[in-house]
Design a protein around this ligand. Structure first.
Ligand SMILES: Cc1ncc(COP(=O)(O)O)c(C=O)c1O
Length: 464
């Protein structure tokens, strides 16, 4: 860390009563969004190439969506889902049933306000599924290292992001984790397909080690998000995972908080592997940033065990299924359907990926470019051949992120430490589904300029 950075880290602005996430970063005050652009209080325009944080999929300021929310606010802003139904919640659950992977219908959905809440609900309902069937020791959830499922205690216990777990470790539940299918840095130093997918065998080993009678579920982000920047597992990976889960009566939870709602070019990321999960959790793009909304979608096997057992899912939230957030969700999903935005993501995502390869592959710091649809990541390395990372104290990820911002581009710096919890830098691109060719040009050009200036030690690239 430079002296300047460490000084900034110590400086807590007294002018604000907000508790910020990172005092070493100076954040822009944004006041307006339109389409793919956001504007700060000084009138500067930025291309939002991360859709907020994988949230803004249909774009900022869409009049139909704003009108639908205003209309609902005028009719009924809140009703308690514990004692009444509301139309937006009913309609949203119907749409999600229609969007669910074919083998998963008939679904039932529990609503909440975000990703961690959705995963917390999945954890408890997975246990309840086994509990109702008399298997009351099946409590553990197997997660993967370098994964992220949210910051509440249950969700963080399932997560494998070591840098965020470390401080709170004493509070975390003792859940096992297996290595991710991270072929670029395979922990066994093997290559696909000769590897025989050692990474899935690890799930079998861990279930046996814990005792299948103690394992409730396996949770995975189908395309691995903020901890590994858009790692896409090999073609047979999830088929093999599904078979192992079935063999041991272990539920498969697909965490589609980031990869769901069309971001990878299909409704759900897991559909690229033609595998049907038992539970899907989603949030972020479901209401496109217009409201806080999340969902835990149960397949029939799971909800029926509860319905035919105690008859009462033992989980709820005050704001879960509130009419205002659900109206935003309905309006966003209808907008995506009417404008055929998911097939657009598949087509334009390929274009963006090709363009990134063409523009960045020759840079010595670009180790890997990966992802699906509009869920893309770039791994930054000090040495392309050995894949050695930059020293963590250089904080390269954040230098790139702030360099891009100075050049008018919002990108997402991944959490440093993707290799071993300490070292490794990566950035993510999660643009709104409506970006055009000229935006792809701007993203690729600006990234190249930023990487060249930052890596050569000049992190103050000028606006292009
Ligand atoms: C895959 C995944 N799951 C869960 C979460 C947690 O979502 P939230 O921040 O809405 O609680 C995130 C957030 O980035 C995520 O990427």
């Amino acid at each position: 860390m430079t002296q300047d950075q460490s000084e900034k880290a110590k400086r807590i602005p007294v002018s604000s009563h907000v508790l910020y996430a990172d005092y070493s970063k100076s954040s822009k005050t944004l006041v307006k969004g339109k389409g793919v652009y956001v504007y700060d209080v000084e009138g500067n325009q930025y291309l939002d190439a991360i859709g907020g944080v994988g949230v803004v999929n249909v774009g900022h300021g869409i009049p139909e969506i704003v009108d639908a929310i205003a209309d609902q606010a005028g009719r009924l802003a809140f009703s308690y889902s514990g004692n009444s139904e509301n139309e937006p919640r009913h309609n949203l659950a119907e749409i999600l049933n229609a969007w669910a992977p074919h083998g998963m219908r008939e679904t039932k959905t529990l609503f909440c306000s975000g990703g961690a809440e959705a995963n917390e609900a999945a954890l408890k309902l997975a246990y309840q599924y086994h509990w109702e069937r008399g298997n009351r020791s099946k409590r553990k959830i197997v997660g993967r290292w370098q994964s992220y499922h949210g910051n509440t205690v249950g969700a963080l216990s399932m997560s494998g992001r070591t840098s965020w777990r470390r401080m709170h470790d004493p509070y975390l539940l003792s859940f096992p984790h297996i290595p991710p299918p991270y072929c670029y840095r395979c922990p066994w130093k093997l290559s696909y397909p000769e590897c025989g997918m050692e990474c899935t065998r690890e799930l079998r080993r861990v279930i046996c080690q814990e005792g299948a009678e103690n394992v409730a579920a396996f949770i995975a982000e189908p395309v691995i998000g903020t901890s590994l920047s858009a790692v896409v597992p090999p073609p047979e990976y999830y088929r093999s995972i599904r078979e192992i889960c079935d063999e041991f009566d272990v539920l498969f939870i697909a965490d589609e908080v980031m990869s769901g709602i069309g971001r990878t070019g299909l409704n759900w990321g897991i559909e690229h592997w033609q595998v049907v999960p038992d539970i899907i959790t989603t949030a972020k793009g479901i209401a496109g940033g217009y409201a806080a909304l999340g969902a835990t979608i149960l397949c029939e096997k799971v909800w029926r065990a509860i319905a035919d057992g105690s008859g009462k899912p033992m989980h709820s939230y005050t704001y879960g299924g509130n009419p205002l957030s659900c109206a935003a969700g309905v309006a966003v999903l209808r907008y995506i359907e009417e404008n055929k935005l998911i097939s657009r993501v598949a087509q334009m995502g390929d274009k963006l990926l090709l363009r990134l390869h063409a523009t960045l592959d020759d840079l010595s710091c670009v180790g890997d470019i990966r992802g699906k649809g509009f869920f893309l990541g770039i791994e930054i390395v000090a040495d392309k051949k050995s894949k050695a990372p930059f020293p963590p104290e250089w904080d390269v990820t954040h230098l790139i992120e702030s360099g891009a911002l100075k050049n008018g581009l919002f990108i997402l710096g991944g959490v440093t430490g993707l290799i071993d919890g300490v070292g490794g830098d990566h950035i993510e691109l999660l643009p709104p589904f409506i970006i055009e060719d000229q935006h792809i040009d701007f993203i690729a050009r600006t990234l190249r300029h930023t990487l060249e200036t930052v890596i050569s030690g000049r992190s103050d690239g000028n606006r292009s």
